[in-house]
Design a protein. Structure first.
Length: 132
């Protein structure tokens, strides 16, 4: 069964990224620059998170573009949607590969680096206005 956690947090505007915080996928999953042996990742995993941002009245929100990508290693999707009372950021990361041959390790690192970049995209908060 999936673990579902619901929480309300308050962060300074500068801290709001797509993921709420850096995920560090390269550092956590493929930190070595190269490998001579296969990387055993472990069981397939899915991380899914939804953040709701309710900015103060009159505060404009600039959202980064949606990202959807897949590779032999898994899939990734991060979307930002405007609802009447909030901005909703939904992120889903699925790592389907359980083992990565050393000859494909660089491709895994490059893909994870792309995802880390997407996860670091900031929601811009500013003066009056709004829109995605």
């Amino acid at each position: 069964d999936p673990l579902v956690v619901r929480a309300t947090i308050t962060l300074p505007a500068a801290a709001w990224t797509r993921a709420g915080r850096p995920w560090g996928l390269v550092e956590g999953l493929a930190h070595a620059a190269t490998r001579t042996l296969p990387l055993v990742v472990g069981p397939a995993r899915i991380a899914e998170m939804t953040l709701r941002l309710r900015p103060a009245p009159g505060l404009a929100v600039g959202a980064p573009p949606d990202v959807r990508t897949s590779s032999p290693f898994g899939t990734f999707e991060s979307t930002v949607a405007r609802e009447p009372d909030a901005w909703v950021v939904h992120t889903r990361f699925e790592l389907a590969a359980t083992e990565v041959p050393s000859e494909h390790y660089g491709e895994l690192r490059a893909w994870l680096s792309t995802l880390d970049g997407a996860l670091g995209a900031r929601l811009r908060l500013g003066g009056a206005g709004g829109g995605k």
